[in-house]
Design a protein around this ligand. Structure first.
Ligand code: AMO
Length: 439
């Protein structure tokens, strides 16, 4: 088939911007064939673009031979351009259709597509992920990533407005930040290096100069556990703030969550409707439970966890039923949190670390950091880490480290909350896990 070039055509409208009020106006639309219905005398082509769909109506007797022969060969996923006249109509859901004066075919597509992107014949997630480029064309998936985009935009604006400076720290690093087990190693000019698990040490050092920083970017964890909320590569939204403690950054975090939910609600009504999902705007302050209160809550539900132990996933599920929506868990046992979290002055067995929970899922964690070099060395040793490997980081504590605190949110888990998706892979463009490295 001879394909057309785009020539001097320019898009005048996205599908959803074509309105009944534009009756008789000429428009140029670009997109893909989503569906074709042929009723003999008349053919309907559903044109899909990033913003939605529109019906292109081809009445056989009223269009040129060229338009007719072009429309004869169209198949699903062909990439096309349509120049035509808007017609107001009662026959389509949006009250509008376009009758083509000219059609351009830019590319064809395989006759047998690996998945049905109309969603009428749903495919399993693994099959969908194998053909992710096509899978992402589904309206539902476009809605997921538009919501994610609006959420990230809302986060950036909120943090800029609060005086945070956006930074970019290294992804190739020489030592672990979040414990040694989950590191990917890299051959770095014959030296052993690692992919960063978080920007933790760098963001802490930056509070000495930039005071309030944030970073949004991918980090890497060689997660052995194959769950619906873990990836090997995830996007972390990190902040760190000088002259602040855990409570200060918890207040920032709950207001940020409220702002994100509000913004998504305002700007993503169409996407939320596509996903049949509702986002509730939470009231602040969020509930603050202590680790001890969590243990008591669970005990009442018949789940006994010895003090100091981690809370296993089934227990979190129970907790999520008792505390639906957002809540913090604070006052964790010091030994259960990372070496950089500050033990409480009045009871060093507890620390100033916290988690932000949504139902049973941990969305974020953070805390007040240790600002004293001696204490940090002590905590490194207690965690079985070698202070020598943290030489450069420890040196920064000789240069006037202020009291500071911060947190990190997992963008994909936040997106699960905003879209109602139950598996983190659905809210990741190209997920990476223990079993998946492609596409
Ligand atoms: P943590 O390890 O709890 O803390 O990570 C912070 C948040 O990142 C998300 N997350 C993940 N998401 C998907 N897949 C994973 N494998 C994964 N691991 C973590 C979660 C989690 O709450 N440096 C500290 C943060 C801080 O104290 O500032 C840290 O990395 O949503």
């Amino acid at each position: 088939m001879k394909l057309d070039s785009i020539g001097d055509w320019k898009r005048t409208h996205y599908s959803v911007d074509v309105k009944p009020e534009m009756d008789s106006q000429e428009v140029t639309l670009f997109g893909w064939v989503k569906e074709i219905r042929d009723l003999g005398g008349i053919r309907f082509i559903i044109l899909q673009d990033r913003e939605g769909t529109i019906q292109v109506t081809v009445p056989r007797k009223k269009v040129s031979n060229e338009v007719l022969s072009k429309s004869d060969v169209l198949q699903k996923r062909y990439s096309i351009g349509v120049k035509g006249i808007v017609k107001k109509t009662d026959m389509t859901p949006r009250g509008v259709e376009v009758v083509p004066k000219e059609i351009k075919i830019f590319s064809t597509a395989a006759f047998q597509l690996p998945i049905d992107i109309t969603g009428k014949t749903p495919a399993g997630l693994e099959v969908r992920l194998d053909s992710r480029a096509l899978d992402l064309c589904q309206e539902e998936n476009i809605a997921v990533f538009k919501i994610q985009h609006i959420a990230v935009d809302a986060i950036r604006n909120f943090l800029f407005e609060k005086g945070f400076i956006e930074v970019h720290t290294p992804r190739i690093i020489a030592s672990a930040t979040e414990g040694g087990a989950a590191l990917f190693s890299v051959d770095y000019f014959k030296k052993n290096a690692f992919l960063a698990q978080s920007p933790q040490l760098y963001k802490e050092q930056l509070v000495m100069s930039l005071e309030k920083v944030f970073e949004i970017g991918p980090f890497f964890r060689a997660e052995e556990s194959h769950t619906r909320r873990h990836l090997s590569e995830f996007v972390s939204i990190d902040i760190e703030q000088a002259f602040a403690d855990a409570e200060d950054v918890m207040q920032l975090l709950e207001r940020l969550m409220q702002h994100v939910c509000k913004t998504v609600n305002e700007k993503c009504q169409r996407e939320l409707a596509v996903l049949k999902h509702k986002v509730e705007v939470p009231e602040v302050p969020f509930k603050r439970l202590t680790y001890d209160e969590v243990l008591q809550d669970l005990k009442r539900e018949g789940i006994e966890i010895p003090w100091g132990e981690d809370i296993p996933t089934p227990a979190f599920r129970t907790l999520g039923k008792l505390h639906p929506y957002f809540y913090f868990i604070k006052d964790w046992p010091t030994h259960s949190k990372a070496f950089y979290i500050k033990p409480r002055d009045d009871n060093p067995d507890l620390c100033e670390g916290f988690d932000l929970m949504w139902h049973w899922i941990e969305l974020s964690s953070g805390g007040t950091r240790i600002a004293s070099k001696e204490l940090l060395i002590k905590r490194l040793k207690e965690q079985g880490l070698n202070p020598q490997s943290f030489k450069y980081h420890l040196e920064a504590f000789d240069f006037g480290m202020p009291p500071h605190a911060g947190w990190a949110i997992g963008l994909e888990r936040l997106t699960m909350m905003l879209t109602g998706k139950k598996n983190i892979r659905e809210v990741t463009l190209y997920p990476r896990d223990k079993f998946r490295l492609t596409p």
